[in-house]
Write a new protein. Structure first.
Length: 379
């Protein structure tokens, strides 16, 4: 099961709060779903400096492990100084509406809990999705008589971490929701007798919380490849080479993102079986590979069978397969050898050394990636 150190600052949680941009809003739902992952907002706070002060105070509370009572004591003087404590009249700048609200302990506790729980959830999710191997998530609801019945019924539900259910139902799933999920390997589930749910339950997230709260954003990291490419060629006088390379990079990034989504979907189907004969295109064949494999096949494919049977390469994940358009660039290849029907190609990229095994069909019209492995040293 995923464990956390309570003696170290939760850096991912802190970063989640820190990277949000303060944004004024009169009502919570002015920011739609995923936008709350990017923007820090508190309903009825209409002063940007006050919003920034509150964000800073919550980041400090997260870093120092402050309880609500300690945070409340620290923030109240700031709120009073800004006229946002007790009975307060706030004006909606968009509509002119004036509303009287009560900034009391109840409101402050909701602000504290909402921000801390979403930050903790994102930190937990990133740790769980970084684990290697086949991982399952188990829904845990507090059984103290205060939990919503719909959330309580979810207690013990165990699903693969790639199941679409978690996209909308990774807790918190409502205001003051205290539910969490814990991660287990397949062997841990078997050892503890956890039953893996065959079909996901109905969505339980309330309207305001029905979005992907995990904040994984794995695809966004691929954009750093483009940024690196831009910097590398920024001073290149050969404009033609620059444009051609840049266009190739953009196309590869688009292909990698498409690969990642397709592989995730194919892997989900694998959980239900009978997808061995399904396959997806991963990359355009380079001229070097065409020459080596003696084929004019234009694309390289990945089959459901390969995804299902190559789980022993636990450090190779969906993203590694997705990166094939970059991995097969001619400049990355440092060794090629033939083994029976297969050609084994070694290449270095992204701080790792990869080994790929390709097979050409008998009619020479298709190329399949039949194995992919990686290590920190030359293979």
């Amino acid at each position: 099961m995923v464990s956390f150190s309570f003696n170290l600052p939760p850096e991912q949680n802190i970063e989640f709060l820190r990277q949000k941009k303060p944004k004024l809003s009169f009502n919570y739902d002015e920011l739609i779903h995923e936008a709350h992952l990017k923007a820090f907002t508190i309903a009825k706070v209409t002063k940007l400096n006050l919003l920034s002060d509150m964000q800073d105070s919550l980041i400090k509370a997260q870093r120092e492990g402050k309880s609500f009572e300690v945070w409340k004591k620290d923030i109240k003087p700031i709120l009073a100084k800004n006229g946002w404590l007790g009975k307060v009249e706030v004006r909606n700048e968009k509509t002119g509406e004036i509303k009287t609200i009560n900034v009391n302990n109840t409101r402050l506790k909701r602000i504290y809990n909402t921000n801390m729980r979403t930050a903790n959830a994102q930190g937990r999710a990133k740790a769980q999705y970084a684990l290697e191997g086949e991982i399952y998530l188990r829904y845990i609801a507090l059984q103290d008589g205060l939990t919503r019945p719909s959330h309580l019924r979810m207690h013990g539900i165990t699903l693969h971490r790639d199941d679409p259910f978690w996209e909308r139902n990774y807790p918190p799933n409502g205001w003051n929701c205290r539910c969490v999920v814990r991660a287990y390997s397949k062997s841990e589930c078997e050892r503890q007798g956890f039953e893996i749910s065959k079909t996901p339950p109905l969505s339980i997230a309330s309207k305001d919380w029905s979005y992907d709260k995990r904040g994984l954003e794995k695809d966004n990291s691929l954009n750093t490849i483009l940024e690196t490419k831009l910097k590398k060629f920024a001073k290149d006088n050969n404009k033609g080479a620059f444009v051609e390379s840049l266009n190739d990079t953009k196309a590869d990034i688009a292909q990698v993102k498409q690969n990642y989504r397709a592989i995730k979907n194919l892997k989900l189907e694998n959980l239900n079986g009978e997808v061995d004969r399904k396959f997806i295109p991963l990359a355009k064949t380079t001229q070097t590979l065409k020459n080596l494999l003696k084929t004019e096949a234009k694309e390289i494919y990945l089959s459901g069978w390969t995804l299902r049977t190559h789980t022993h390469h636990t450090n190779v994940k969906e993203l590694d397969y997705s990166l094939l358009p970059f991995l097969i660039r001619d400049t990355n290849v440092y060794k090629v050898k033939e083994s029976g029907e297969n050609h084994i190609v070694y290449f270095s990229k992204f701080g790792s050394y990869y080994k790929a095994v390709f097979k050409v069909t008998q009619n020479k019209e298709e190329i399949f990636l039949v194995s992919l492995s990686k290590g920190s040293k030359k293979i």
